[in-house]
Design a protein around this ligand. Structure first.
Ligand code: UT7
Length: 313
C-alpha cells in the first residue's frame, strides 16, 4: 500500500436546535449578541435524550458508508474518537460495531477530546500501514450536552452534539491521501480544561483560547514547511470548530484567506471530536474539494492535546 485515501464522508446531528435566544428562557444571564460576537455561534444541535453517542455515530457511519459506495461488510477496523461514550466499557466502538453488524472486526475508542478525530485518523492510518487493514471506519462523535454545566454561562453556550465519519481505503496511488500527521500533548496544562468522572466540563477559556491559536497555528505551519507546501497550495483548511475568533486568528497567523477555511461553528457550536468530520462532510457536499487538492485539518483540545493532518484529496 502506498497511501491512505478518504473515499467517503458522512455526518449526523440530532434534529433539536438550541438557539442563542433559548438560553434566556432557561434563565441563563447571557445574550445572543454576546454569544455571537465572542464565539460566532448562533445555534447548536442538542439531543433530546432519546439518542446516544452510539446512535449519532452509527448514523454518521452509515452516511459515510453510503457516500463511499462500499459494502458495510468490507470494513476491517473501527476507530471512534469520543469523550462521551455511553459507558467506559464496552467502548462506543464496540457498540457501533454491533449496530453495523460487524462481529469480529476490531473496534476501539480513542480519547483525545477535541483533537480526537485527528488522533483517530493517525491510529487508523498507522494500523493500515502496519497491519494491512484495507478499509477502515473512523468516527468522531460526542454528546457534549450531557457533560455541560448548564449553570456556567461561560461554557454552556459553547457546546453541541453530533457525529462525523470517514471511510479510509488503502490505495496504490502515489502522492494522494493522508500525506502527513502531527500529534502532540501537554499534560502540564491539563487543569485548563477538565471533566471529572460524573461531572461537567470546566474550562479556563482565556488561557485555552490563547494556546489554541498559538498551537494550531504552529501545527499548520510545521505541516506546510516539512512537506514543502506553500500556503497558496492549500485549497481548504478545516480547523476544529470551537470559536470563530480562534479560526480567524489562525487564518491570519498562517496568512491564508478565511474564505479558504470551512467554518460551521455558527450552526453547530463546539462538538469536540465530531467537529472536523462534520465540517469535512459539509465541505465535500458543497463541492469544496476536488481530486488532488491540498486539505489541512487542525485541532486542539483537552489534555491538552493537538493534531494536524495534511491530506491530498
Ligand atoms: O474545544 C477546546 C477548545 N476550546 C476553546 O477553544 C474555547 C476557548 N475559549 C473561548 O472561546 C473564549 O475564551 C470564551 C468564548 C469561552 C470566552 O470569551 P472571552 O472573550 O475570553 O470572555 P471572558 O471569559 O474573558 O469573559 C468576558 C466577560 C466576563 O465578564 P466580566 O468579568 O468582564 O464582567 C464574563 O463573565 O464576559 C462574561 N461572560 C458572559 N457574558 C454573557 C462569560 N460568558 C458569558 C455569556 N454571556 N455566555
Amino acid at each position: 500500500m502506498l497511501s491512505t485515501v478518504i473515499i467517503g464522508v458522512g455526518s449526523y446531528a440530532p434534529p433539536t436546535l438550541l438557539k442563542n435566544e433559548d438560553f434566556l428562557a432557561k434563565g441563563i444571564d447571557t445574550t445572543d449578541e454576546w454569544i455571537r460576537s465572542r464565539t460566532g455561534i448562533r445555534e447548536r444541535h442538542i439531543t433530546d435524550g432519546s439518542e446516544s453517542t452510539t446512535d449519532l455515530a452509527t448514523n454518521a457511519a452509515r452516511a459515510a458508508i453510503a457516500n463511499a459506495g462500499i459494502e458495510t461488510s468490507s470494513i476491517e477496523l473501527i476507530v471512534v474518537a469520543t469523550l462521551t461514550p455511553e459507558r467506559p466499557m464496552p467502548s462506543a466502538a464496540c457498540a457501533i460495531q454491533q449496530r453495523l453488524g460487524l462481529p469480529g472486526v476490531p473496534a476501539m475508542d480513542v480519547a483525545a477530546a477535541c483533537s480526537g478525530f485527528i488522533y483517530g485518523l493517525s491510529v487508523a492510518d498507522g494500523l493500515m500501514r502496519a497491519r494491512g487493514y484495507k478499509t477502515v471506519l473512523v468516527i468522531g462523535a460526542d454528546i457534549l450536552s450531557s457533560i455541560t454545566n448548564w449553570a456556567d454561562r461561560s461554557t454552556c453556550v459553547l457546546f453541541g452534539d453530533g457525529a462525523g465519519a470517514v471511510i479510509l481505503k488503502a490505495s496504490e496511488e502515489e502522492h494522494r491521501g493522508i500525506t502527513d500527521i502531527v500529534l502532540g500533548a501537554d499534560g502540564n496544562a491539563s487543569e485548563l480544561l477538565t471533566l471529572e468522572r460524573g461531572g461537567t466540563i470546566f474550562m479556563n477559556g482565556k488561557e485555552v483560547f490563547k494556546l489554541a491559536v498559538t498551537v494550531m497555528g504552529n501545527v499548520a505551519q510545521s505541516l506546510l514547511e516539512r512537506n514543502q507546501i506553500t500556503k497558496d497550495d492549500l485549497a481548504l483548511v478545516i480547523p476544529h470548530q470551537a470559536n470563530n475568533r480562534i479560526i480567524e486568528a489562525i487564518a491570519s497567523k498562517i496568512d491564508v484567506p478565511i474564505e479558504r477555511f470551512h467554518v460551521n461553528v455558527e450552526r453547530y457550536g463546539n462538538t469536540s471530536a465530531a467537529s472536523i468530520p462534520i465540517a469535512l462532510a459539509e465541505a465535500v457536499a458543497a463541492g469544496r474539494l476536488k481530486r488532488n487538492d491540498w486539505l489541512l485539518l487542525v485541532a486542539f483540545g483537552g489534555g491538552l492535546t493537538w493534531g494536524g493532518a495534511l491530506i491530498r484529496w
